[in-house]
Design a protein around this ligand. Structure first.
Ligand SMILES: O=C(O)c1ccc2nc(N3C[C@H]4CCC[C@@H](C3)[C@@H]4OCc3c(-c4c(Cl)cccc4Cl)noc3C3CC3)sc2c1
Length: 229
């Protein structure tokens, strides 16, 4: 039931998703022993910066993205970065993490100056993603759908983004039927995660503000993508 275009779209997106990952030498730093709040924050900053670079490279491979208006490309990246990073890290944390990265990452996030009120929704989200047991293709498509959200701030040509997103939504719907035939509601559950992601990105804006108040420094790339400093 997949058209040839849909098969090509699936392959391009999945290959890009597999190709662009945070390098092992960065993620293995999670296992370093330094655990002070300062070192944790620096490590998380480095990982977030690396994750943004991975996200930009992945996004450039989404068919049709580079044909969008240049300013709209930037608006989509800035508008979706936190959500896409939440999703990517949730998928990574729920995958069989190399030698216990999961617990260590949780520890580092807990001890990086993030207030408790954000930690709870954050780890609830990680758990809810884990419970979905998405296959890789579904993860890649859901991340793509998040990036191709037309109603981000400052997007001028929303219909152009809608057209791209609709193709990926249609493909994801079919993938869900294929991989989760017993769960007719599975596609709807996946889209429900996108709503939760929007709430998390509001929490994230407050996290950034509280880090700034405590005079935490971000990298130029994070400052640019999150309009801080
Ligand atoms: O072991 C792996 O395979 C693996 C793969 C990817 C991966 N991504 C990871 N992270 C860690 C962190 C949490 C998820 C997004 C970012 C990348 C990184 O973001 C830290 C962060 C966040 C953030 C947090 Cl704390 C949670 C969720 C999303 C974000 Cl952007 N916000 O600001 C920051 C920096 C301190 C400035 S850990 C990890 C391990």
């Amino acid at each position: 039931e997949f058209t040839t275009e849909q098969q090509a779209l699936m392959r391009v997106i999945t290959d890009a998703y597999n190709k662009h990952q945070i390098p092992q030498d960065v993620t293995k730093k999670l296992l370093q022993d330094q655990y002070s709040t300062e070192e944790n924050f620096l490590l998380l900053t480095e990982m977030a910066t690396s994750q943004v670079q991975v996200l930009v490279e992945f996004t450039k491979n989404i068919p049709g993205f580079l044909s969008l208006d240049r300013e709209d490309q930037i608006a989509l990246l800035k508008g979706s970065a936190v959500e896409a990073m939440f999703l990517r890290s949730a998928q990574a944390l729920n995958k069989k993490m190399p030698i216990g990265h999961t617990e260590v990452l949780e520890e580092r996030i807990h001890k990086s100056g993030i207030s408790e009120e954000f930690i709870k929704p954050m780890f609830n989200f990680y758990k809810s993603i884990g419970e979905l047991h998405m296959v890789l293709e579904e993860q890649a498509l859901l991340t793509t759908i998040t990036i191709l959200t037309p109603d981000r701030p400052y997007v001028k040509d929303q219909p152009a983004v809608e057209r791209l997103q609709e193709n990926v939504l249609d493909l994801l719907r079919k993938m869900c039927v294929l991989h989760h035939p017993q769960e007719p509601q599975y596609f709807a559950r996946l889209l429900g995660r996108l709503t939760e992601l929007r709430t998390l990105s509001h929490y994230h804006a407050e996290m950034l503000a509280s880090w700034k108040v405590n005079n935490h420094k971000f990298t130029p790339l994070l400052c640019e993508i999150w309009d801080v400093q």
